[in-house]
Design a protein around this ligand. Structure first.
Ligand code: KIV
Ligand code: ZN
Length: 515
């Protein structure tokens, strides 16, 4: 048997909170980012890219708080190849026991045109900015944005310059998801063989999924010599997303026979963090998503079920428990006590503090009163909803009554708490949800456009909870809101208000101007 401890370690660099959050609509609140960072650290992520400190005051505060809270993971912030970005990044990450500055510049012909630098001028910029970063911090990562579309000779020059200036990790991003596995491996091998000083640094791979090859390209890069994979939970990220953490980690584990590399990830924590990221980002995981999709371990067809009953490895290459997935079954009812709820939630991977458990228990009792059978998925929706709506939210739904039926117009009587003060209105609309949204709009006027409104049943049956997702857009800023309730209209009102709360946060966040 192979001793995995002796195998080469591949570092896992998670960028859910930076590249993932850059995905339009995936804005997370300060507390949500802190919570996700804690979960990433607990699962053994080596490096957490916590944000882009120069992007906004909110990003800066989140990176600083994550740095202050961190213990074992390296905390990294992103910065352009500009001194003031690097200084701001250092101001945020320096509180971590293990800080890292990550600075990047676009090296391809397409990207060089943006700062309007000649090739030689860019070399000077790389030298100066990496030197500056290294004077502040011992741990510096440099990225050649759009490396896979950069001329090879020039890429070698840029990498050599960054290494000489003191970079300790060299990242070779496939920014537009353009490369293919063999090319991805060859590029890393070429750099390691050709660039002086390459043996003293760690090479990283950072792949986007535009052609659906992000996981394959990242694993191929490891075969080519990369020892850091950059990835996000659920593959969250701009456009088609980034390499999914759960995919590369499980692929390295399941196919260790042909990819003999180890990571330090506790895979049993995958399912729980996947659900949490889906909730806070508002990006639901597709049912057939590898590893974490609802159907990833479901065997519907008769032949498969028969095989599974005889022996699980007939169709399973990994066990649900390996990623922390417990069987969905009927568990709780209105007579279940707090200890039973705590233990069930622990089984599902939720370790709630006493106060949070108290709040969830009150909501669980209310749910069990309305719904005889409470399933695991109901509890997950309940806990997620608890985390989505906070006592300090600027807007809160306090009271809602709706009149609907065959006689139009439908009407909504709504009390909305705005910045701590109650406001009441009755409004009509074309259907109950329209009436509710009109009521919210009259109490809190805004210019945001409703881009998506979706309802999903959490479980089966007419008493099932509904999760509602809404996406709103205002001046190019996109936010997603979510909520769950057995009453679809209440869930709709709360999801709409959740999106508006996120928009209020988002208005303060302005992207840095290109320089
Ligand atoms: O995709 C990319 O090139 C990036 C860099 C900023 C590392 O995200
Ligand atoms: Zn990226």
């Amino acid at each position: 048997m192979t001793d995995t401890n002796k195998q080469d370690r591949v570092l896992i660099f998670d960028t859910t909170l930076r590249d993932g959050e850059q995905s339009p609509g995936a804005t997370m609140s300060h507390n949500e980012k802190l919570e996700i960072a804690e979960m990433l650290e607990a699962m053994g992520v080596d490096i957490i890219e916590a944000g882009f400190p120069i992007a906004s005051q909110g990003d800066f505060a989140a990176v600083k708080a994550i740095a202050e809270n961190s213990k074992t993971s390296v905390i990294c912030g992103l910065s352009r190849a500009i001194f003031k970005d690097i200084d701001r990044c250092w101001e945020a990450v320096k509180y971590a026991p293990l800080p890292r500055i990550h600075t990047f510049i676009g090296t391809s012909p397409q990207h060089r045109a943006i700062p309007d630098l000649t090739k030689d001028e860019m070399i000077v910029r790389i030298h100066d900015t990496v030197t500056h970063a290294r004077n502040l911090c011992d741990n510096v990562q440099w990225s050649a944005m759009d490396a896979t579309r950069t001329e090879e000779d020039y890429l070698c020059r840029t990498v050599e310059t960054a290494i000489k200036a003191g970079a300790t990790t060299i990242n070779i991003p496939d920014t537009v998801g353009f490369t293919a596995p063999r090319e991805s491996a060859d590029l890393i091998t070429m750099l390691i063989n050709k660039v002086p000083g390459a043996d003293a640094v760690v090479f990283a791979t950072h792949c986007h999924n535009d052609l659906g090859m992000a996981t394959a390209n990242a694993l191929a890069a490891v075969d080519g010599g990369a020892r850091q994979i950059e990835c996000t939970i659920n593959g969250l990220g701009e456009r088609a997303g980034n390499t999914a953490l759960e995919e590369v980690v499980m692929a390295l584990r399941v196919r260790n026979d042909i990819m003999p590399y180890r990571t330090d990830i506790d895979t049993t924590k995958i399912m729980n963090i996947s659900r949490r990221v889906a909730t806070v980002s508002g990006f639901a995981v597709q049912n057939n998503k590898a590893i974490v999709g609802k159907n990833a371990f479901a065997h519907e067809s008769g032949i498969h079920q028969d095989g599974m009953l005889k022996s699980a490895d007939t169709f399973e290459i990994m066990r649900p428990q390996d990623i922390g997935l417990k069987e969905t079954n009927l568990v709780m009812g209105k007579h279940s006590g707090r200890a039973a709820l705590r233990s069930k939630l622990a089984d599902l991977g939720y370790d709630l503090g006493d106060n949070q458990l108290k709040d969830v228990f009150v909501r669980f009792k209310a749910l069990a009163d309305r719904k005889k059978e409470v399933y695991d998925d109901d509890l997950i929706a309940l806990v997620s909803d608890e985390g989505t709506h906070q006592a300090y939210d600027y807007l809160q739904v306090k009271f809602l009554r709706v009149i609907c039926g065959t006689e139009a117009p439908q009407s909504a009587d709504l009390t909305l708490t705005i910045d701590g003060v109650d406001h009441q209105i009755t409004s009509t609309g074309d259907g109950p949800v329209d009436a509710v949204f009109n009521a919210v709009n009259q109490l809190f006027p805004h210019d945001a456009r409703l881009a998506v409104y979706q309802v999903h049943a959490v479980t089966e049956g007419t008493d099932a909870q509904a999760t509602v997702s809404v996406r709103m857009e205002e001046n190019g800023k996109i936010v997603n809101g979510q909520s769950a309730d057995t009453d679809t209209v209440v869930a709709s009102a709360k999801a709409y208000v959740n999106a508006l709360n996120k928009l209020i946060v988002r208005r303060e966040k302005t992207a840095p101007e290109a320089e």
